[in-house]
Design a protein around this ligand. Structure first.
Ligand code: ADE
Length: 242
């Protein structure tokens, strides 16, 4: 998969050199390009923002540097990303659809993702309109809170989708048994020693009875989800979530 990121803080993404995603890059599973939006400005101050039309607080990112940066990445043909498996543009925004494990799965299937990191009060709406008319554009929010910019959200999304690309996580089994994969929160995990600070591992996990362990884990998932995230169970037929 090819991933391009446009940002005014390219060094923010240096951490993508390390850990699982760093390895995925070394092995060629993920190819990454990080682009400085200011390289597409033409004034001495490398200006990327201006005051909002209509007034109001804060600054808005100008469409011109965004247009030049995205054209350079997508190729100069403005319709280059129009086909269904062409590049997908993603702009993190608190005004976007909520990022979920299901969206992470969709993104992991793409061939080319282009992330645009907004700052300040956001990006001029015409950037979304222009590229939305020529190809696929998604505005995606990490959650119902406001970050200073899209960089942290892009890091989170890349981490979530990157580990779903086949070959990135060594043992694919571990992807199945985690929170949100089956619509529930994950069950609690324990390792050695069997007793720590007078706290014991639930005896069932030491029983060797795999059927009973599977049942116990499922109950734990349901109990935890009901207690912490009942919203995930809405519309489920109570005992048999998907
Ligand atoms: N940029 C600012 N806030 C954000 C959020 N909640 N999600 C994604 N991008 C953002």
């Amino acid at each position: 998969m090819r991933i391009d990121i446009v940002t005014i803080f390219p060094e923010f993404f240096d951490v993508l050199d390390i850990s699982l995603l760093g390895k995925a890059r070394q092995s060629g599973l993920i190819e990454l390009g990080v682009h400085d939006l200011r390289d597409y400005t033409h004034d001495r101050h490398r200006t990327v923002d201006d005051t909002p039309y209509g007034g109001g607080a804060g600054m808005v990112m100008k469409p011109q540097p965004w247009g030049e940066a995205l054209d350079a990445i997508l190729g100069h043909d403005p319709d280059a990303h129009a086909d269904a498996d062409g590049p997908l543009l993603i702009f993190p925004s608190p005004a976007g659809e909520r990022f979920t494990q299901s969206i992470a799965r969709d993104l992991a299937d793409e061939r080319h993702l282009v992330f645009g990191c907004g700052r300040y009060e956001g990006i001029d709406q015409r950037v979304f309109d222009h590229y939305g008319a020529r190809g696929r554009v998604r505005l995606v929010s990490l959650g119902d809170y406001v970050l200073n910019g899209g960089e942290v959200a892009v890091m989170a999304m890349i981490e979530a989708l990157g580990r779903l690309i086949p070959g990135v996580v060594g043992n694919p089994e571990s992807l199945v048994q985690e929170s949100h994969e089956d619509g529930l929160l994950e069950y609690p995990s324990y390792t050695k020693p069997a007793e720590w600070r007078s706290l014991e591992v639930p005896p069932i996990l030491l029983s060797g009875n795999h059927g009973a362990i599977a049942t116990w884990r499922r109950e734990q998932q349901l109990e935890r989800t009901r207690r912490v995230r009942p919203d995930l169970l809405v519309g489920e037929s109570s005992e048999t979530p998907h």
